[in-house]
Design a protein around this ligand. Structure first.
Ligand code: XIL
Length: 375
């Protein structure tokens, strides 16, 4: 009995037994709290992710993401200022995946004298394109316009050949691998369908074209070499057929030409001859060449009216639809905004040729082009 009542003096089992569940209970409580906190945090994170996904999926995708996702090269001619102005450069980044210099790569600017090369603006353009994962077109080496005096004054064949080959080699060596396409020669056929009487034709003779392409291929084997022109887009026209015959001759002679460029400076009042354009694209394809739409704009005879704008939209839409159907090499606008357009200064009485207005706001035309690109 005594034994039963008397607890051993050092028996603190009771306490231990009592305390142990207390300690364990606190720990469990803490763990539970921690788990709750983790769950709460996790819920917050998941919530934030869902919200962000919702916001992103509701935010309008850019034209750039549309063309990127379609694997379509949609571009524009730019001036150095477009890259410097934050608003302009954002517009470029949001809309285009290929750029071409509107003027700075023409020899008048790039090589104003025999010994001076104006690289800095071109370097900036190349850097901008790289930073924004854009491709580049080069425009242009051999042309009758926008040449510096030292070229316009050439009279000797050897001297002209030296300038021609040196220029092409110098540029394509410096920018080796940087350009997707290059307009090696521009506008070599005149409006009567014969080789233009340019400084190159007068000094070197008709072989200047083959020499230019061979020199370019040697300097940069990776860039696509293009012969570019205007009014060359339709099969069955004097200039269109003369251009085709010239190119076919080059291919037959084994000259390294990769593709042709149709500039496509169009008029709103002249609907696109779709059959003649498609027949032309097909015959260049059959020669094993690509086709690029290189300088697209559609000018309106002022004043602008809703009817003229509708006609302009139809021209742009037809070109873009054909470009997508035929999977052409690239579709490049010659300027995006009426604010910087070359049209009023060149074609008196014409204007409003681009998808963005004077204030760089998208016109209805822009929306219609986007719809075609979204398809
Ligand atoms: C134009 C530019 O847009 C103008 O700024 C410049 O004053 C003249 O040249 N065909 C071409 C382009 O191949 O180089 C021309 O660009 C437009 C016609």
């Amino acid at each position: 009995m005594l034994y039963l009542v008397r607890a051993p003096p050092e028996d603190n089992t009771h306490e231990i037994i009592y305390n142990t569940p207390t300690v364990t209970g606190e720990k469990i409580g803490e763990e539970k709290n921690m788990i709750r906190r983790i769950i709460r945090r996790g819920t917050l994170v998941i919530g934030a992710v869902i919200l962000l996904t919702l916001v992103l999926s509701c935010a309008p995708s850019t034209m750039r993401s549309v063309v990127d996702s379609r694997g379509f090269l949609f571009g524009v001619a730019v001036r150095p200022g477009d890259l410097l102005d934050p608003k302009d450069s954002k517009l470029l980044k949001d809309n285009f995946n290929i750029l071409v210099a509107e003027n700075i790569m023409k020899l008048q600017y790039l090589r104003p004298t025999a010994t001076f090369w104006n690289w800095s603006d071109v370097d900036s353009l190349v850097r901008f394109a790289e930073e924004n994962r854009m491709k580049l077109r080069g425009h242009t080496f051999v042309w009758h316009n926008q040449n510096p005096p030292f070229i316009n004054n050439l009279s000797d064949k050897e001297a002209a050949l030296k300038v021609l080959t040196e220029t092409i080699t110098e540029v394509l060596t410096r920018y080796k691998g940087k350009f997707y396409e290059y307009d090696v020669c521009n506008e070599v056929i005149d409006d009567n369908g014969i080789l233009r009487n340019s400084i190159w034709m007068r000094t070197i003779g008709p072989e200047y074209i083959d020499i230019a392409f061979k020199t370019a291929r040697q300097a940069d084997p990776s860039v696509k070499l293009i012969l570019n022109d205007y009014n060359n887009e339709y099969a069955g026209t004097v200039k269109g057929d003369a251009f085709y015959n010239l190119v076919k001759g080059m291919v037959d002679r084994g000259v390294p030409i990769d593709g042709v460029g149709f500039q496509l400076h169009m008029l709103a009042e002249l609907p696109v001859n779709k059959e003649a354009l498609q027949a032309n694209i097909k015959r260049f394809r059959d020669l094993g060449l690509t086709v690029s739409f290189t300088e697209v704009d559609v000018r309106i005879k002022l004043p602008v009216t809703p009817e003229k704008e509708a006609a302009q939209q139809a021209v742009y839409e037809d070109l873009l639809r054909i470009a997508r159907e035929e999977n052409i090499s690239c579709f490049v606008l010659w300027g995006y905004t009426d604010a910087y357009s070359w049209i009023p200064g060149t074609f008196a009485g014409y204007g409003s040729a681009h998808p963005f207005d004077q204030n760089k706001q998208p016109k209805k035309l822009y929306g219609s082009l986007r719809k075609i690109l979204e398809k």
